[in-house]
Design a protein around this ligand. Structure first.
Ligand code: GLY
Ligand code: MN
Ligand code: MN
Length: 436
């Protein structure tokens, strides 16, 4: 794996040129009072270093003759190590992560400027840590003050994401393997949970079955808060209470995926609690499924995110119009986004080390074309909440449709000649989920 991290840094350094790139580790997140969440490294930082520790800074200086990759880390601290485990010494960190030089984080202010003064650009992504943002600006100001004496220095700060995220968008073979594993564990978790679904059980029991499999199979844990939403709660996009009892004739929307070695899966299935769809549920379910099928069938290099987005919107809009839930000219329904009260989110998102992964969806005036190695979710939905408000001029929604929330979501890898659905092992056809 060390080779992989080194290759990533080399590829980025080609883009950094005569600049210097600075990366800050993620802060520790507090659960309450003095209790902390398990540490999760910033994905850019992890992608380039493999170092999973807070209070660290990584610096890439491609033009430097000796130190092209520098780390700043926490000091060893025997008292703290009793509580939180061993920390690496500078020498150990150098060997483990392949750094050319390792300093203590306390020496950053004194040491970092010498690596910046001969660069022409500082690459840095301003993040939530305002105190660190301020330090970078201060380094820059100081170097600009002394610029006349040297006649060189970083005359610009540029965003790191612009050069790094295109690399992260195209997954390597090693990354794809981890994503396949995250997908496989998540599929197994959904399968186990589906078997337990029946009237009288609670949403949290479904969540528990899923998260049991995650840990039991060696995943880090949920990639995001698990959603087990029965009945009209399926229309709440980020429902996480998972507190209600499953009722006969309701649907259960399960949106759950695990993180495996920091790579994520994200799957949604919507299944009938009592094993059989009502007529209305089935009609809408098949419409969502068709929108997803058509969107996925168009995923290949030379097609674009915009294209799959448009086809899903088209299928859903046509379907809603056929059911009388929307009325008017098709072109007007699309242009006026009249479908939005029913389908209000995007068709999907890039997925990788972040669930909503980095990367652009539109390339200025041009569509962003798919590339082999891109991974995205495709997750159309129809949500008819009890109090749905159609766009003005559209008909009131009949009672029989209300309270139905459906989403179907899979993870799709773009391949050189098409795509591969990494979560295809989880059934979604009506006949498969009815008889489960
Ligand atoms: N579960 C988060 C999402 O579907 O985007
Ligand atoms: Mn998603
Ligand atoms: Mn999801």
């Amino acid at each position: 794996m060390n080779d992989e991290f080194r290759q990533r840094r080399e590829r980025l350094m080609e883009r950094v040129g005569h600049g210097v790139a600075i990366f800050r580790s993620a802060p520790v997140a507090v659960m309450h009072n003095d209790v902390e969440y398990p540490y999760r490294q910033d994905s850019d930082f992890l992608y380039l270093t493999g170092l999973n520790e807070p209070e660290a800074v990584a610096v890439l200086t491609p033009y430097h003759d000796k130190h092209r990759f520098i780390l700043f880390i926490r000091p060893k601290n025997p008292d703290q190590e009793v509580w939180t485990g061993m920390r690496l010494s500078r020498e150990e960190a150098r060997d483990t992560f392949g750094a050319d030089e390792v300093y203590l984080i306390a020496d950053l202010d004194e040491t970092l400027p010498q690596y910046l003064e001969n660069a022409d650009t500082i690459y840095y992504r301003f993040g939530r840590d305002n105190s660190f943002n301020g330090r970078v600006i201060k380094f820059w100001q100081q170097l600009m003050t002394s610029y006349p004496r040297r006649g060189r220095g970083p005359i610009a700060i540029r965003d790191t994401g612009v050069i790094l995220h295109p690399l992260r968008m195209v997954k390597s073979e090693a990354e794809i393997n981890l994503m396949c594993k995250a997908a496989a564990i998540s599929v197994e978790a959904h399968k186990r949970a589906c078997k337990k679904v029946k009237p009288g059980r609670y949403e949290y029991e479904v969540q528990a079955e899923i998260e049991y499999v995650f840990r039991q199979q060696g995943a880090d844990g949920p990639a995001y808060p698990t959603i087990a939403a029965s009945g009209s709660r399926g229309c709440i996009l980020h429902y996480t209470d998972n507190s209600q009892r499953l009722q006969k004739n309701e649907l259960l929307l399960i949106d759950a995926g695990c993180s495996y070695h920091s790579y994520n899966a994200d799957i949604t299935r919507t299944i009938p609690v009592s094993g059989k769809f009502t007529i209305e549920q089935k009609i809408l379910y098949e419409l969502v499924l068709e929108a997803q099928r058509q969107a996925i069938s168009r995923i290949r290099p030379a097609n674009s995110y915009t294209e799959i987005s448009e086809i899903a919107v088209k299928v859903i809009t046509e379907g809603l119009a056929e059911l009388g839930l929307l009325t008017g000219e098709f072109e007007e329904l699309i242009k006026g986004e009249q479908y939005k009260p029913f389908f209000m989110h995007r068709i999907g998102h890039w997925i990788g080390m972040d669930v909503h992964d980095v990367g652009i969806y539109q390339n200025g005036d041009s569509p962003q074309m798919f590339l082999p190695g891109n991974v995205l979710t495709v997750e159309p939905g129809i949500y008819i909440g009890p109090n749905i408000q159609p766009v003005e001029g559209q008909p009131e929604v009949d009672q029989r449709w209300r309270g139905i929330g459906i989403r179907i979501e899979d993870v799709v890898l773009v391949t050189p000649d098409g795509n591969e659905v990494l979560t295809a092992g989880l059934p979604k056809a009506v006949r498969e989920i009815e008889r489960r």
